[in-house]
Write a protein that binds this ligand. Structure first.
Ligand code: OGA
Ligand code: MN
Length: 300
């Protein structure tokens, strides 16, 4: 296995590897590299759903989605796709078009859940001829770049993360039922997090962070916006230009990501699994008791 850093602070390209058949030793080496680089790129793996799910499970239990509207052939697979069953690309302004639009703003997947996601693994099935790259920003480097006074001010601050707020901003709520939205009420997360594996501190912000608990609403919002803009400055960002067959894993606990725009009439099909966080409150973990209960009621 060859691990080549792509960027000064995050990202590494991993080649001479088949992620379908990793020994325990090889996986341990890979996991250590992931903790160091936070984003790993595996070119030309060409995984199917089963192999994608099996590789993802090595990092932990998988999340179920907040809505079945974006579910792939398997409940573990989230489809970030702009192609309908008729093979046509989504009309501009349609419910799914707006839903996908949210991905263009810096975020951490599932930060709106009480147990936010650990990792996401995204693979490319169809890519546009131009645009559609995914960018990753290092929130460890962003935290370390703050001056001491800012670090001190942020130390005890808590952000309120809300999917209703963030998706509402792009008009992307129509894909979800009222029941699905009610299942994800606002949650609070500290703005400064300590990574459980590395002990490094990082910012935990992004588009789902609506405001700061205990601060005046608009003031908190403005503060979060400027913090995010500064954190995602160019020198902390790695941009991945996709080729069909690539797989990328990123650490949602310390990395923000966003998709870049692309021509609306070109298909872009991306499949994602999401590794659940380690915190308690595992309602969103596939196979959890609550999930099974919901399945039996037919409301999954
Ligand atoms: C995602 C996501 C961005 C992209 O799948 O979680 O934000 O470039 N994707 O598709
Ligand atoms: Mn995302």
């Amino acid at each position: 296995m060859d691990i080549r850093p792509t960027h000064a602070t995050l990202g590494a390209i991993v080649t001479h590897i088949d992620v379908r058949s990793l020994t325990a030793d090889a996986f341990a080496k890979l996991e250590a590299a992931w903790h160091e680089h936070a984003v790993l790129i595996f070119p030309a793996q060409h995984l199917d759903d089963e192999a994608h799910i099996a590789f993802s499970r090595r990092f932990g239990s998988l999340e179920r989605l907040q809505t079945t509207a974006v579910e792939g052939a398997q409940p573990e697979i989230f489809m970030a796709s702009n192609v309908g069953p008729d093979g046509r690309t989504d009309p501009v302004g349609s419910a799914r078009f707006l839903h996908n639009k949210g991905n263009r703003i810096w975020h951490s997947d599932s930060s709106f859940k009480s147990n936010p996601a650990k990792a996401s693994l995204l693979r490319a099935e169809a890519v546009p001829s131009t645009g559609g790259e995914t960018e990753f920003a290092d929130m460890r480097a962003a935290y370390e770049a703050l001056d001491e006074e800012q670090q001190r001010w942020l130390a005890d601050k808590v952000a309120v993360h809300s999917f209703r707020y963030s998706q509402g901003q792009v008009g992307g709520l129509d894909l979800m039922s009222a029941t699905e939205l009610d299942a994800i009420p606002p949650v609070e997360h500290p703005i400064v997090a300590t990574h459980p594996a590395t002990g490094r501190k990082n910012l935990f912000i992004g588009r789902h962070a609506s405001h700061i608990a205990g601060a005046e609403l608009e003031e908190g919002r403005a503060r979060l916006r400027s913090l995010c803009a500064e954190a995602c400055r160019g020198d902390r960002v790695y941009r991945h230009r996709w080729r069909v067959g690539d797989v990328v894993i990123w650490d949602n606990r310390c990395v923000l990501h966003r998709g870049l725009p692309y021509p609306v009439d070109q298909p872009r099909i991306m499949c994602r699994t999401t590794v659940a966080g380690d915190q308690s409150g595992n309602d969103w973990v596939l196979g959890s008791t609550r999930d099974n209960a919901n399945k039996q009621k037919g409301t999954r």
